[in-house]
Design a protein around this ligand. Structure first.
Ligand SMILES: O=C([O-])CC(=O)C(=O)O
Ligand SMILES: [Mg+2]
Length: 570
C-alpha cells in the first residue's frame, strides 16, 4: 500500500496529490507518473532531474506520440498489449487516449480483444496488476488484501476465470476481465482509478491446454469445487468486508453453477451484484425498451425467444418480464410470453434437470400441442420460431451462428420489425452477424450485438449496430451507488438503469436513429444512469440520504477526468 493523499480545490476541481515517492520510484508508478509532462518545478522537487529528456511535453504532445505508437502495431492483440503497458506506465495518459479514441480503442482494451488477451495471458504477461487470491493462500487473505496498492477501494471486480465471455475456463488468465471492466468503470463512469481493485480468485483450472502449458502462470491444479470452493469464496468475502466494508463488489464471468448461488448468498450481506446476470439484463431490457419506442409496438405485446437459458438468459427474461408487468400484464400473462431454449431444448413442463431459476419460465404442455420434436427429441429454436412467433429474439448461448437464415427469415415473415439481439461474446461466438440479419430481413430488423460490429450498408442506408453490452450499465450503476453511498444493489436500480438507457436512445426521437447512444456519449449516458440509480437508492431506503437534493453535484464530484494533478512530496 502506498499512502498518498488527494486534496481537491472545491472551486476549480483541480487535485493536488501528495505522494511519498521520489525519483525513479515515482516514474515507475502509473498513478503518479506523468513521464515527460512533469513540469520543471516538480522535476526539481521530486528528484526527477536528469531522469527524463529535458523537453517538457504537455498531455497533447504525449497523446500524439502514444497514438502514433498504437497505430504502429500490427494486430489487435499487439494493440492490447501496448495499451495495457501504457496503463501500467501512466494512467492519465492511458485514460485520455482511451477517451479521445474510444470507438477505436474500447474493443481493443475490452471485448472482443480482451478475450484473446485472457487466452494468451501467460504468454503476453508483462507487469502485475490487481490481486491474485490463490487457493493455497486461503489462510492469508487479509494479508493479501493489505498488500494491495490501494488504501481505499470503492469498487472490486472479481472473477474465478471459469466462464470468460463465451470462451470458457481461462484459469488465472481470467484476470484480464476484471482489469478490463475496471478500466471501463473509469473510462465510462469516471470512477477514480486509484480506488478500483481487480481480483482473480485462483481455484485452479480444468482447461487441459492451460494445465499442460509450461508457461501457465496460475495454480496448476484441477478446480476446487463444492464445499471447499464455497468456504474459500466466503473467506474472501469476509476479508473484503473487514477491510472495505462499503465496497461495491462485482461478480464477473463465473460459471453458471456458481454465478446465481453466489449472488443469492451475498446480495443481502453487502453491496454486490452479478454483472453477467443483472448488468446484461439491464442493458438488454434498456435496448428492447428503446426498440419498442422505435417500432411503436408495446412491450406487453411482444413475444420473446431467448436462446441460452443460463443465468444470463433467465436474468434478462426476469427483468423484461418485470417490465411487462409494469406495462400492465399479470405476472402469469407476462411469463407466458417467454420461450427460453437451453441445451435440452425449450424449457417446458416435464423436462427433467431444470435448474431452480429456470422453473419460472417453463411452458405448459397444453400450449405446445402439435409442436414437433427434433431428432434429439427436444424442441429447438426453429420450432419455437415456427409456432410461438416471437417478435424479440435474444442470443446468450455462446453458440456461433445459432440464428440461421431460415430461423431469422421465418421470424421476419410475421413481424414487420423483428428485434434481434445476438449478445454472445466475443465476436467469434456471435449467434449471427448483423449484416446477415439485415440481409435476411430486407433491412427491417432492429439489431444490437454483445460485441462491437462495424456499420452495415443497406440499400443506401448506413445502419449502425449498437453494442448491447453491460458496459452501458455497470459504470453508471457504480457511479450512482458511490455517489449516495448505497449499501445494497437492488432490482429497482437495474430497472432505473434500463429506463435511463432507453430514454437516452437516439431511436426514441428518430425512428432511423441507432437503438443505443454512440460510445462517444457513454460518459453522459453513465451520468444519467448514475442519477437514476442514486434516486432509486434513496427511494428504496438503502442510502443514508433521504432527499434527492444535490444529486447532480454528488455524481459530478465523483467523476474523475484524466488530467494531471499537481504532485508534491511528503
Ligand atoms: O464482457 C463483456 O463484453 C460482456 C460480458 O460481461 C460477458 O460477455 O461476459
Ligand atoms: Mg461478463
Amino acid at each position: 500500500m502506498i499512502d498518498f493523499k488527494i486534496a481537491r480545490d472545491p472551486q476549480t476541481g483541480k487535485e493536488t496529490w501528495s505522494v511519498p515517492l521520489k525519483g525513479a520510484l515515482l516514474l515507475n508508478h502509473p498513478l503518479f507518473n506523468k513521464g515527460t509532462a512533469f513540469p520543471e518545478e516538480e522535476r526539481r522537487e521530486l528528484g526527477l532531474l536528469g531522469l527524463l529528456p529535458p523537453h517538457v511535453d504537455d498531455l497533447d504532445a504525449q497523446l500524439e506520440r502514444a497514438y502514433e505508437a498504437f497505430k504502429g502495431k500490427a494486430t489487435d492483440l499487439e494493440r492490447h498489449i501496448y495499451l495495457r503497458a501504457l496503463q501500467d506506465e501512466n494512467e492519465v495518459l492511458f485514460y485520455r487516449l482511451m477517451q479521445d479514441y474510444i470507438g477505436e480503442m474500447m474493443p481493443v482494451v475490452y471485448t472482443p480483444t480482451v478475450g484473446e488477451a485472457c487466452q494468451r495471458f501467460s504468454h503476453i504477461y508483462r507487469h502485475p496488476r490487481g490481486l491474485f487470491v490463490a487457493y493455497p493462500q486461503r489462510g492469508d487473505i487479509d494479508a493479501l488484501l493489505a498488500n494491495a496498492l490501494q488504501r481505499d477501494v470503492d469498487v472490486i471486480v472479481v472473477t474465478d476465470g471459469e466462464r470468460i465471455l463465451g470462451l470458457g475456463d481461462q484459469g488465472a488468465g481470467g484476470m484480464g476481465i476484471p482489469i478490463g471492466k475496471l478500466a471501463l468503470y473509469t473510462l465510462c463512469g469516471g470512477i477514480h482509478p486509484a480506488r478500483t481493485l481487480p481480483v482473480l480468485l485462483d481455484v485452479g483450472t480444468d482447461n487441459p491446454a492451460l494445465l499442460n502449458d509450461p508457461l501457465y502462470m496460475g495454480w496448476r491444479h484441477p478446480r476446487v469445487r463444492g464445499a471447499e470452493y464455497d468456504a474459500f469464496v466466503e473467506r474472501f468475502v469476509q476479508a473484503v468486508m473487514r477491510r472495505y466494508p462499503n465496497v461495491l463488489l462485482q461478480w464477473e464471468d463465473f460459471a453458471q453453477a456458481n454465478a446465481g448461488p453466489l449472488l443469492e448468498r451475498y446480495r443481502d450481506r453487502l453491496c454486490t451484484f452479478n454483472d453477467d446476470i443483472q448488468g446484461t439484463a439491464a442493458v438488454a431490457t434498456g435496448t428492447v425498451l428503446a426498440a419498442i419506442k422505435a417500432t411503436g409496438v408495446r412491450l406487453r405485446d411482444q413475444v420473446v425467444a431467448v436462446f441460452g437459458a443460463g443465468s444470463a438468459g433467465c436474468g434478462i427474461s426476469e427483468q423484461l418480464c418485470a417490465a411487462m408487468v409494469r406495462d400492465g400484464l399479470s405476472e402469469t400473462e407476462a411469463r407466458s410470453r417467454f420461450y427460453l431454449i437451453d441445451r435440452a431444448g425449450l424449457l417446458r413442463e416435464g423436462l427433467s434437470g431444470l435448474l431452480p431459476f429456470q422453473q419460472a419460465f417453463v411452458q405448459p404442455a397444453e400450449r405446445l400441442a402439435g409442436w414437433r420434436l427434433d431428432q434429439a427429441g427436444t424442441i429447438g429454436l426453429a420450432e419455437v420460431v415456427n409456432n410461438a412467433h416471437p417478435t424479440v429474439l435474444i442470443g446468450v448461448s455462446g453458440v456461433t451462428g445459432a440464428f440461421t437464415e431460415s430461423i431469422v427469415k421465418t421470424m421476419a415473415g410475421r413481424v414487420p420489425h423483428p428485434i434481434v439481439l445476438p449478445l454472445s461474446n466475443p465476436t467469434s461466438r456471435c449467434e449471427a452477424l448483423p449484416a446477415q440479419i439485415l440481409a435476411w430481413t430486407e433491412g427491417r430488423a432492429l439489431v444490437a450485438t454483445g460485441s462491437p460490429f462495424a456499420d452495415v450498408a443497406w440499400e443506401g442506408r448506413t445502419i449502425s449496430i449498437p453494442q448491447c453490452n453491460n458496459s452501458y450499465v455497470f459504470p453508471g450503476l457504480g457511479l450512482g451507488i458511490l455517489a449516495v453511498g448505497a449499501r445494497r444493489v437492488t432490482p429497482g436500480m437495474f430497472m432505473a438503469a434500463a429506463q435511463a438507457l432507453a430514454d437516452a436512445s437516439p431511436a426514441a426521437t428518430d425512428p432511423d436513429g441507432p437503438l443505443l447512444p454512440p460510445l462517444t456519449a457513454i460518459r453522459s449516458v453513465s451520468r444519467c444512469i448514475a442519477l437514476a440509480v442514486a434516486k432509486e437508492a434513496i427511494a428504496a431506503g438503502v442510502s443514508a440520504r433521504s432527499s434527492d437534493a444535490d444529486l447532480e453535484r454528488l455524481v459530478d464530484e465523483r467523476m474523475w477526468t484524466p488530467a494531471y494533478a499537481r504532485l508534491t512530496g511528503h
